[in-house]
Design a protein around this ligand. Structure first.
Ligand code: KG4
Ligand code: ZN
Length: 378
């Protein structure tokens, strides 16, 4: 049975974007990963429509929870806790997950853990490669985020080193795919076309790689515009657009910058482990180039399998299990869904939360919440 595997048994709920994810883990062991995606409903709009996503979460929530419990072969009453993405993400979409998590946790008499979506993307690798080394460097690349994060403790200490100043990496893939009329989401189809193309056919710009540019920030908006202009010029001249070469050259520019900056962040900070997560981590060229550059730099690369890189509930359960294992405080029942939850808050104890672990920093944060509650209620 589940108990023999060791570690806390936690169900995690993820609804920050268009995937209704429910995962169940025991410690570092994945027991179930049920995902219902509304991506097809957004395809004709070329991007995620928040209202459509919220409605789809509402419809998928209970069946997806039931499916996860069945897949894992555990009873809800056996759970040690329920974790949920408290943010960042789409406000209405987050609210569905947070409300469901509260309802289940309250009805079952289980502790509730509001966790950060970005920290969850990092923590999911424990299900693939075991305990995360501390510190770990993480490159998170998806349709919504592109960040370099230093994580000395995934449950309490995550530090942002850099992020995109405009488009996310996945967003650039989606926009370039739209210009090429390849449909949505763009990443997988560009990845496929790029395999037939020449990555050196067109030299597209590498954003923010000049000597005076921020070492760990990213910019993909200029690249996206350069690709669009190049395609327009071809079309205006009545020439055929070499889709595979454009896809390969664009992808090369993105992957070159991502891997270069990630390896540099590791070297500068003396970190010898790099994890890559988020939907773009499924990219075959990113995986290959990261593997080569990490090997050259003596860095151990950890990339979870693609299904764990895209949004899912298992990643939330993985971080929830780590919270339980480390004695972090459960969240209060007034846990808010916070669409702009800072990455520096892996864990949202709520307005009344107390962290049980006094060995790590970040207690000021809990304290501030307590003070503000005192002010509110006397
Ligand atoms: O993590 P995710 O499922 O959702 C969030 O955005 O949070 O990531 C989706 C993004 C999309 O932009 C999609 O185009 C991109 O990940 N993506 C890829 C690949 N597979 C998915 N980008 C590049 N190459 C891929 N193979
Ligand atoms: Zn995500």
């Amino acid at each position: 049975m589940a108990d023999s595997r060791g570690g806390p048994l936690v169900l995690g709920i993820e609804t920050s974007c268009d995937e209704t994810g429910v995962g169940i883990v025991q410690g570092h062991t994945l027991l179930a990963d049920a995902v219902a995606s509304s991506v097809d409903e957004h395809a004709r709009f070329g991007g995620v429509v928040p209202e459509v996503a919220s409605r789809a979460h509402l419809e998928a929530m209970v069946p997806t929870i039931q499916r996860a419990l069945k897949d894992a072969g555990v009873a809800a009453s056996d759970l040690d806790g329920i974790a949920v993405t408290a943010g960042p993400g789409l406000a209405g979409a987050l609210l569905v997950g947070v409300s469901a998590a509260k309802a289940y946790a309250y009805a079952l008499g289980k502790p509730l853990y509001g966790v950060n979506h970005l920290a969850s993307h990092i923590c999911v690798d424990q299900l693939e490669h075991g305990a995360l080394p501390e510190p770990t460097m993480a490159l998170l690349v998806s349709g919504g985020h592109s960040s370099l994060l230093l994580a000395p403790d995934i449950t309490s200490d995550v530090r942002p080193l850099g992020a995109t100043i405009d488009d996310a990496a996945g967003e650039a893939f989606d926009k370039v795919a739209r210009v090429l009329h390849l449909g949505f989401p763009g990443g997988p189809v560009i990845d496929r076309y790029a395999r037939e193309g020449d990555p050196e056919a067109i030299r597209f710009p590498r954003g923010l790689t000049g000597p005076r540019d921020a070492a760990y920030d990213f910019s993909f908006s200029g690249l996206k515009t350069a690709v669009a202009r190049w395609i327009e010029a071809k079309r205006a001249a009545g020439e055929e657009v070499p889709v595979a070469d454009v896809a390969a050259s664009f992808q090369e520019a993105v992957v070159d910058v991502l891997t270069r900056k990630a390896v540099r962040a590791c070297k500068d900070n003396g970190v010898d482990h790099l994890m890559i997560g988020g939907g773009v981590a499924a990219n075959s060229r990113l995986r290959a180039m990261a593997a080569r550059r990490c090997e050259d730099a003596g860095i151990t690369l950890r990339v979870p399998r693609p299904k764990l890189c895209t949004d899912n509930g298992a990643m939330v359960a993985a971080l929830g299990a780590e919270m339980v294992a480390r004695g972090r405080a459960a969240s209060d029942w007034d846990l808010p869904a916070d669409s702009s939850l800072p990455v520096t808050e892996p864990h949202v104890p709520g307005t009344n939360g107390h962290d049980h672990d006094h060995g790590h920093g970040h207690h000021d944060h809990d304290h501030v919440h307590e003070l503000s509650k005192e002010n509110l209620y006397g």
